[in-house]
Ligand binder design. Structure first.
Ligand SMILES: [Zn+2]
Ligand SMILES: [Zn+2]
Length: 436
């Protein structure tokens, strides 16, 4: 708040458009998703990396490409006080690649397997499951060109989302070639779309000369019809791209023995939004909605690190929006598990008991038993109501008279039974833990 303008009491603040507060009731879902991400990444040998929330703007201009929508209109770019142009991360890969180069990771055994959990910022039109600040789980495997790594990355993504219990998911895969074979494909796409462009949307008209691949994944229905009939990139692959693609399909085939639901489908309209992709691109999509609501998507970016000033280095990764993932968990009625409950609320009668109650809950908390003291300003009845309202499992009642005997009453709010306990934190903790 501006200190020069004291609050008048009339001012109200709201979260910026397209952002959301992650309230305590939502947190069990976040915990579920994040711990699944950690465990899955770990099982595949990926190690965590965190890069800054903002980077030199040029990193993203070079990294995501000048022709993508992100650079055109979606980045949060600002000048800092030193006059440098900085940009809040519009995607996760470019920052990780910058860190890979800067920190000498080309000298490590390759591939370097990395994962991250990060907010992503895009000035996007807010809609269901789309936010201007959203949160991604992402992985990158940098330094190995072989299709086995492509398969591994797809497998990791599949293992992650299905491990959370999501069902009826589709995997779409495609190969969009490399700098050797893509120019011919682009030309053939340009020729094809030029014949239909009058009937296509404004975005497609603008993109045709610079980035004809993006016409394939236009969300407009008419455009999609033309996209369906368009030339397919897999028919234009050069020999190395083609054998890479075939080998990947073999690995994915073998995965069906381990993950029975994994049935990759070729989708020749799948190109992904970012310029840096080469060869493999893939998406995992939820049932019923198609590409609009990709759950997880990624691809290979063999030219990116070189573009960013590093040695020629292949790489592949994916990003998964956690908001959208949670939306799908709820749609499929997957529970986030029991809410984290308060183990114990201490209530008391009288001043001496109040002080004893406080030191008891402090000792319980030190032993990591979730305990709070009832609001001291309330009557005993009010304190009991409080314990009920926070869903406490136990109430510890400390009374003036029992205090002299060193005992209190431990009451279970689940079955209303009560026992006398010694006012000793470890005795109370073990009584509470015995039933948790
Ligand atoms: Zn279009
Ligand atoms: Zn090629």
């Amino acid at each position: 708040m501006d200190p020069a303008r004291p609050a008048t009491g009339r001012m109200t603040f709201r979260a910026p458009r397209g952002t959301a507060d992650l309230l305590p009731d939502e947190q069990p879902y976040w915990k579920l998703v994040d711990s699944a991400a950690l465990l899955t990444a770990q099982a595949f040998g990926y190690r965590r990396i965190d890069t800054p929330l903002f980077e030199d703007t040029r990193l993203f201009q070079r990294g995501v490409g000048e022709d993508t929508d992100i650079v055109e209109k979606e980045m949060y770019t600002f000048a800092d006080r030193g006059g440098d142009s900085l940009t809040l991360k519009p995607e996760g890969t470019a920052g990780v690649c910058r860190a890979y180069i800067e920190n000498g990771m080309p000298n490590l055994p390759q591939p370097v397997r990395l994962f991250y959990l990060t907010p992503i910022f895009r000035y996007d039109r807010p809609q269901a499951g789309r936010y201007r600040q959203h949160h991604q789980f992402g992985i990158e495997a940098i330094g190995d060109p072989s299709p086995a790594v492509d398969a591994e990355v797809i497998e990791l993504g599949w293992s992650f989302v299905t491990g959370l219990g999501l069902k009826r998911l589709a995997i779409k895969v495609n190969s969009i070639g490399d700098r050797v074979c893509r120019p011919a494909y682009r030309e053939s796409l340009k020729r094809y779309f030029a014949e239909h462009i009058d009937e296509m949307c404004r975005d497609c008209k603008a993109r045709l000369p610079r980035n004809p691949l993006r016409l394939l994944d236009c969300k407009n229905e008419t455009c999609q019809r033309f996209g369906d009939q368009a030339p397919r990139s897999v028919d234009y692959l050069c020999e190395p791209c083609s054998s890479h693609w075939k080998e990947l399909l073999e690995y994915l085939d073998d995965l069906q023995g381990i993950y029975p639901g994994i049935k990759p489908q070729l989708d020749h309209r799948l190109v992904r939004g970012l310029d840096y992709y080469t060869r493999t691109v893939f998406e995992i999509q939820p049932p019923d909605e198609g590409g609009q609501s990709t759950l997880l998507g990624g691809g290979r970016y063999d030219g990116l690190i070189e573009q960013l000033g590093g040695p020629p280095t292949p790489g592949i990764g994916f990003g998964c929006g956690r908001e959208r993932l949670i939306l799908n968990l709820k749609r499929q009625e997957i529970s986030s598990g029991p809410p984290s409950a308060t183990d114990l609320v201490a209530v008391f009668v009288g001043d001496r008991a109040r002080r004893k109650a406080y030191s008891l809950v402090a000792a319980l908390r030190a032993a990591r038993c979730t305990s709070v003291m009832a609001p001291p300003s309330r009557s005993l009845k009010g304190q009991m109501r409080y314990a009920d309202s926070v869903g406490a499992r136990y109430v510890l009642i400390v009374g003036e008279r029992e205090l002299d005997r060193g005992v209190g009453t431990l009451k279970s709010l689940k079955d209303q039974t009560q026992i006398e306990v010694s006012l000793d934190p470890s005795a109370i903790a073990s009584a509470v833990r015995a039933t948790s």
